[in-house]
Design a protein around this ligand. Structure first.
Ligand code: NAD
Length: 491
């Protein structure tokens, strides 16, 4: 693999980005005055320090969102749509700048960051279009005595909690439908990647979002802060994206005030390649499904099940492509794979690979961390992976592909479904009937058939089992921020 040497040519001046809390339309320091350090994972250098919100700050954000809620809910849908459309345009205008910012704080390769910015901006455009299409329905009661009217009303003040792996897209995937539905909100981004969230707030303000409708708090103590918000009866919605472990905890917290929850949690995606697949297309799809974001995606292919007849050809082609990837600082245009987000993530990937190798796995390429500053791990392909290896059961969240051969359709479906997760599965076959049959039998919210990518703002994204509850994107994502109001009517 090639290692790129950094050069100093950044267009982003991080010191121009606000780093305080954004509450009621104004930037303010945290009550405690405490700060959190944001580190560039490519260099381990300090990028910025940001405000560390206390519970008191969190509740001030709830005050602001609650004060703005009624006014925003009463805004004409067309006005909400125009603000969202303007936010889309502003984001696209700043796409290069935003992509570099994401690469700086998250470490992902610039091309991945640019893909994220465009994907993230599309949520603003998609929900601008959906804001004016919130329909209800009317029917005659079966007994013929009255009409059943159903209308969809904003659920109310919404708490949005997002992870670091897609700092722009996970935020817009929640903010856009919340605003379109007429909800005010408080965003709590991950403290590894807060600068992108702050930059998004500036875009939303420039687009015309009124004070208090979007608030942002960053904290080193998310547990107590989110818990306090979920125990404030003015909060009516939690939309969370993150790990299944934290998701479980928040579902418990949300139960006290019976808060409406949408949960986008972890995954353990199987990638199935049948003997009759187009081998080159399957390898290209595998590179996207595995290496987009350096493997740090909930949709990342985690377990590769390859039918025995094609196994060695697939393994060697994939290993060659992985070995050829350019590693380097995320923000350099020549980088294909950046570092992991922090030391803990890099060490977890290393521990998973070491565990698999101790159980007999062989690395066709990679297999160790990179000996340089930054949290780099070599793109790795493993074969002879024992069934009890940890990386077949838990999210790797890094640039490691574990390959396992299979014989029959029934075997691979059983292997794929033997997981507590059910977010996405990938299937490669030239036989469309088999592809659809297998897709139907897989226990997951999404299937990518002869594709390495499912994410699309116009499609319902989400998981089954312990990968989550609810859907983001499409019209479904907007309905998550509404309540159905039934009016029994005589006229
Ligand atoms: P995480 O669960 O550690 O953190 C997610 C968010 O929750 C962050 O903002 C964090 O500060 C906050 N948080 C952490 N502990 C908390 C607590 N006790 N109370 C309240 N909030 C808390 O996840 P992460 O490491 O940031 O992100 C990676 C995980 O996110 C992976 O498991 C990945 O699969 C998942 N993810 C899922 C999707 C999806 O759409 N299903 C998308 C992206 C990431």
């Amino acid at each position: 693999m090639n290692v790129v040497t950094p050069i100093a040519s950044r267009t982003v001046d991080v010191s121009t980005i606000p780093t305080d809390l954004f509450i009621a339309g104004a930037w303010r320091a945290s009550a405690s005055g405490q700060r959190i350090e944001v580190i560039n994972p490519s260099t381990e250098e300090l990028l910025a320090t940001i405000a560390d919100a206390s519970v008191e700050d969190g509740l001030a954000a709830v005050d602001a969102a609650a004060a703005a809620a009624r006014g925003w809910a009463a805004t004409a849908p067309r006005q909400r749509a125009q603000i969202l459309l303007r936010a889309f345009e502003l984001m696209i205008e700043k796409a290069d700048w935003l992509a570099e910012l994401i690469s700086l704080e998250n470490g992902k390769a610039l091309a991945d960051a640019m893909g994220e910015v465009k994907y993230a901006a599309e949520f603003f455009r998609w929900y601008a279009e959906e804001a004016v299409r919130i329909q209800g329905d009317i029917s005659m009661a079966p007994g013929g005595g009255n009409r059943i009217l159903v209308q969809y009303q904003p659920v109310g003040v919404s708490v949005l909690v997002t992870p670091w792996n897609f700092p722009a897209a996970m935020a817009t995937r929640k903010i856009a439908p919340a605003l379109a539905a007429g909800c005010s909100c408080i965003l709590k981004p991950a403290s590894e990647t807060p600068l992108t969230a702050f930059a998004l707030v500036e875009i939303l303000c420039a687009a015309g979002v009124p004070a208090g409708v979007v608030n942002v708090v960053t904290t080193s103590q998310p547990g107590p802060l989110i818990s306090a918000m979920l125990h404030d009866s003015r909060v009516r919605k939690l939309s969370f994206t993150g790990s299944t472990a934290v998701g479980r905890l928040l579902l418990r917290e949300a139960s006290d005030c019976v808060i409406n929850c949408s949960m986008e949690l972890g995954g353990n995606a199987p990638f199935l390649v049948f003997d009759d697949a187009d081998l080159d297309a399957a390898v290209d799809g595998a590179m996207i499904a595995k290496m987009r974001n350096g493997g740090e995606a909930c949709t990342a292919a985690n377990r590769f099940y390859i039918q025995r007849g094609i196994f060695h050809a697939f393994a060697h082609k994939l290993a060659a492509k992985m070995a050829a990837m350019q590693l380097g600082d995320g923000w350099l245009a020549s980088t294909a794979c950046g570092p992991l987000v922090n030391e803990k993530s890099r060490d977890k990937v290393a521990a998973f690979v070491d565990d698999a190798m101790a159980r007999g796995a062989k690395a066709l390429t990679g297999g160790k961390p990179l000996d340089r500053k930054g949290y780099f791990y070599e793109p790795t392909v493993l074969i002879d992976v024992a069934p009890d290896s940890k990386l077949l059961h838990d999210e790797i969240f890094g640039p490691v592909a574990a390959l396992v051969p299979f014989d029959s359709e029934d075997d691979v479906i059983e292997l794929s479904n033997a997981s507590e997760y059910g977010l996405v599965c990938y299937v490669y076959t030239r036989d469309l009937a088999k592809g659809l049959r297998v897709s139907e039998r897989l226990d997951s919210g999404m299937v990518a058939l002869n594709r390495g990518l499912v994410s699309d703002p116009a499609a319902p994204f989400g998981g089954t089992k312990q990968s989550g509850i609810g859907r983001e994107g499409a019209h479904h994502g907007l309905l998550e921020f509404t309540e159905a109001k039934y009016i029994a009517t005589n006229w």
